[in-house]
Write a protein that binds this ligand. Sequence first.
Ligand SMILES: [Zn+2]
Length: 131
Amino acid sequence: MKEITIKGRKYLYEINRHSGDYDTSGWQETIFYNATPITKTRKKYWLWGPTVEYFEYNELFRLHIDIESPELTKNFVTKKVMEKIDLLGRKEEIARGDILEEQPCDHPFVSKEYATQPYGTCMSCGKTILE
Ligand SMILES: [Zn+2]
């Protein structure tokens, strides 16, 4: 497994490649894991014997692409990975009613320092409004 940092958080990933014997496309996937291992215990000899601790990495998601493939652009791979990363926190967002991204305000007056400035400031609530 290799380590990768995304948005300041560490993840582990491994790539499974299977070059097709019967077709030229092959088959590949990248599996992402939480970088913090979870400790589990089991009996050394099935149901008896001393209890042994072992580590496991929690699988977070898998993509049906090889993220190290020179056939895929950095932009494409980044989009695919970021979409999955964003989905990881989605259940908690929905649970607390955080369904949509924050919307810009509906106030009508935006002040700009000069006419071609690409953003302005709402005169009612002070939010920065992008044009
Ligand atoms: Zn406003």
